[in-house]
Design a protein around this ligand. Structure first.
Ligand SMILES: [Fe+2]
Length: 293
């Protein structure tokens, strides 16, 4: 899940039977109203992952997606991502479980306290930020259809778990993402909201990092996309700029084609420190209204 502004709820082409029951409908309605009077319990936007709803074709699609991306990532993704993927026991054999004895959440909880929590679909920004502030990652449970393995505009369980969740096993990234959520759910200033959306885009979704003298992938939009990952590292059309908080927050992005500008971190500590400073700035801003979370 990300700040995919303007995106709609999943269409029927996804395995929507998993999310269209009363639980999914009620959770989506609560999320849409989150922040209004009487809608302040973020846990009510979560749904159970009705695992039996995955078809054999879904499981096969997961294996296909995993296979064609993981072998590439072994030499092109950040070590922090790869270590995280091993730590949460991400495997090719089946779509990960969010509940029960095989859950990735059992490992995440011990490592950083983060949890991956099922949601029915697109979340308004305020609800999304409120989840992050609690170390809870809103996780789409449905998987893209077999005929759209290459590209899906919305997040799905592959983008969200394979792409995002391994980094949540890293203590430094875990701190960064929670601080991001606290800052973003605290401010009502459109200036900061826009800048924070850019920060999310250029780090969590499309970030690069230098490790051992080489530029590696960590952003979920790169990690989960065969096309975009290779383009990000190899294309001469991509401008790879050094990460700088002010520059990132001032750079606009477009969502419907490969990214022409990417930012390269030197370390996740750099990101955490920059976020801590920015969060302090937001908390001291006169436009800030405190929101429980
Ligand atoms: Fe995402």
């Amino acid at each position: 899940m990300g700040q995919h502004d303007g995106k709609q709820k999943f269409s029927g082409s996804l395995n929507s039977a998993m999310i269209d029951g009363p639980e999914g409908v009620a959770a989506q309605e609560y999320a849409n109203n989150f922040g209004a009077p009487g809608y302040d319990d973020i846990s009510r936007i979560y749904i159970t992952q009705r695992y039996e709803g995955y078809s054999a074709e879904n499981q096969e699609s997961w294996r296909t997606l995993y296979d064609r991306q993981m072998s590439y990532l072994e030499s092109h993704a950040s070590d922090v991502y790869l270590t995280g993927a091993r730590s949460i026991r991400l495997v090719r054999d089946h779509i990960p479980h969010l509940d029960g004895p095989e859950s990735i959440n059992i490992y995440l909880k011990k490592l950083t306290g983060w949890q991956s929590c099922g949601v029915p679909g697109y979340l308004p920004a305020k609800a999304f930020f409120a989840c992050l502030a609690r170390r809870e990652f809103p996780t789409t449970v449905v998987l893209r259809p077999k005929e759209s393995l290459d590209y899906l505009p919305e997040p799905d369980v592959f983008h969200d778990i394979f792409g995002h969740v391994p980094l949540h096993a890293d203590p430094i990234f875990a701190d960064f993402l929670q601080t991001y959520g606290k800052a973003a759910s605290t401010t009502n200033d459109p200036f900061h909201i826009e800048r924070l959306a850019r920060l999310f885009w250029f780090t969590v979704e499309f970030g690069l990092i230098r490790e051992g003298g080489r530029v590696k992938l960590y952003g979920s939009g790169l990690i989960s996309s065969p096309g975009e990952s290779r383009h990000a590292l190899d294309s001469p059309d991509v401008e790879r700029r050094p990460f700088d908080m002010e520059t990132v927050c001032s750079t606009s992005f477009e969502i419907d084609h490969f990214q022409p500008i990417l930012f390269v971190l030197e370390s996740f500590d750099q990101l955490r420190e920059a976020m801590n400073s920015y969060a302090q700035r937001i908390l001291n801003s006169p436009a800030t209204a405190h929101v429980e979370g």
